[in-house]
Design a protein around this ligand. Structure first.
Ligand SMILES: Cc1cc2nc3c(=O)[nH]c(=O)nc-3n(C[C@H](O)[C@H](O)[C@H](O)COP(=O)(O)OP(=O)(O)OC[C@H]3O[C@@H](n4cnc5c(N)ncnc54)[C@H](O)[C@@H]3O)c2cc1C
Length: 454
């Protein structure tokens, strides 16, 4: 059995855990079930409380991982099952077909340009984001390799113009397509990397310890909540993050989905989907107050004339320099109103939102008309956690996050000896805490490798 560690999930927690364990001299397999490493942080604009550019911090680490002699990245790969032995684990993985030869693709983008079909991007679709059927997950993706949407390969997108019109054959049945535009464009570049007939591949590994770093995701508010999915200009804090981002769907222009105008008055509703009602989250997601602070400050940096209002009942400012960060937003003119709005109506002509609330400081019923409304929604476990927990024979808590053996005396350890957990896989968390936990989990994992090797 190899002196190796398997890390499941390659967000900022998994990346840091991998670098730590690899620097200790151990072989690390860093696995992610999406086509690129990076996780949520790779999609953020800036990070509180310093407002440093998120990808500028993470990308160098992603490249370090990619070039580390002890780290092997397994992107687009899922864990199917594990078997615990005396010294470690036998692991069965499935590398999902990306329909591109990873060794040959250089991410030149010729195939993307040639692809005739654009579809709504899963992350940015609501704020105008589109992607091609063959695409790079995001500009700094690692590995720098495109991925083909299987809907194209199975011929499901033909009515939208894929691929070159005349062909009626299901690509998955046709081994060597001579007419697909992406295939032709790639061949023209002299690479021959598009593989329409690629299939999933099983991989077997033997490792001595495992770290689960499967992270978290922003929740989707229920339709109708404060006009969400009913009114065009009601979006979530993740959508707003993407609007601010120069690498996002609007190239960093903060514009309204309804008309592409720059809004001059924006409001945030904190704890938008928190509570005991159906579809709500009964816990505090810790980061949303600072995310709203960050977004108000950046919105005003983009346009100093922007009026920013935050409706909140509480303030969660638990971390180092968080309180000062909140003060900074106030100094820059952000208005905090102690209220939980009870109604949002749309002005059908202007597409503005009229927010009704009781000001808890004065007791008065009030209204604010804003041009864009941002719902600060909570963080939830990754939607693949239950499948992963089943494969690893681990337990989840009642919300779907991984459970520690004992958070007080055995933090980051699980009921299964040799498997550790860190970052958003355990619950809502910020980046710096995720990194700290990743360091600790990797230390436990390499200790375990050492013990098992003796
Ligand atoms: C809108 C928004 C703004 C934020 N802004 C800030 C900020 O400014 N500052 C800050 O400190 N924090 C911020 N955060 C929080 C920050 O995103 C998290 O702290 C951080 O992403 C946690 O890192 P992670 O690696 O644990 O998880 P993730 O970033 O979620 O990464 C987990 C990785 O695991 C992969 N994965 C999931 N399931 C599986 C599986 N079954 N098999 C294989 N791979 C899997 C995922 O694809 C992903 O790549 C923000 C969050 C949101 C939603």
């Amino acid at each position: 059995m190899e002196d190796a560690v398997l890390i499941i999930g390659a967000g900022i927690a998994g990346i840091n855990a991998a670098l730590n364990a690899a620097d200790y001299g151990f072989k690390v397999y860093l696995l992610d079930d999406t086509p690129s490493i990076g996780g949520v942080m790779a999609r953020l604009d800036k990070t509180f409380p310093t407002n440093d550019c998120s990808i500028c911090i993470e990308a160098p680490k992603m490249y370090e991982v990619d070039n580390h002699p002890n780290i092997e990245i397994l992107s687009n790969t899922e864990v199917r099952k594990i078997k615990k032995g005396k010294d470690g684990f036998k692991v069965r993985l499935v590398k999902k077909a990306r329909f591109v030869d990873e060794e040959k693709c250089t991410g030149c983008g010729a195939c993307v340009e040639a692809c005739p079909v654009s579809v709504l991007d899963e992350l940015d679709g609501k704020v105008g984001g589109k992607r091609k059927l063959i695409h790079l997950p995001f500009p700094q993706a690692v590995p720098n390799v495109v991925v083909l949407d299987p809907d194209c390969r199975y011929g499901r997108m033909r009515e939208q113009g894929a691929c070159v019109g005349g062909c009626v054959v299901d690509c998955s049945q046709c081994r060597e397509c001579p007419i697909a535009l992406c295939v032709k464009a790639c061949e023209k570049e002299g690479k021959d990397a598009v593989r329409l007939w690629q299939s999933n591949k099983n991989i077997n590994l033997e490792v001595k310890s495992i770290i689960v770093a499967s992270g978290l995701m922003p929740s989707e508010p229920p339709t109708g909540l404060f006009g969400y999915n009913e009114y065009d200009n009601v979006i979530t804090n993740m959508h707003f993050e993407r609007l601010m981002n120069a690498g996002g769907p609007t190239g960093g222009e903060i514009i309204r989905p309804s008309d592409g105008r720059h809004p001059k008055k924006i409001a945030w509703i904190q704890c938008a989907n928190r509570g005991l009602a159906k579809g709500h989250l009964p816990y505090c997601s810790k980061v949303c107050c600072m995310v709203a602070n960050k977004q108000t400050i950046i919105a005003k940096e983009h346009d100093p004339e922007v009026e920013a209002i935050v409706f909140n009942m509480d303030l969660t400012a638990y971390g180092k320099n968080f309180w000062e960060f909140y003060q900074k937003a106030r100094e820059q003119g952000v208005r905090y109103i102690r209220a939980r709005p009870f109604a949002v109506m749309e002005d059908p002509q202007a597409k503005n939102l009229i927010v009704s609330y009781e000001d808890r400081d004065t007791g008065h019923l009030m209204e604010e008309e804003v041009e864009l409304l941002v719902l600060s929604v909570g963080l939830i476990p990754t939607d693949r956690n239950s499948k992963l927990a089943k494969a690893l024979k681990l337990k989840l808590d009642k919300f779907g996050f991984f459970r520690e053996k004992d958070p007080l005396i055995s933090p980051l350890e699980t009921e299964m000896e040799g498997i550790y957990v860190c970052g958003g896989a355990l619950g809502p968390i910020d980046i710096s805490e995720s990194v700290v936990q990743a360091c600790a989990a990797s230390m436990k994992a390499v200790q375990r490798v050492g013990q098992a090797s003796q």
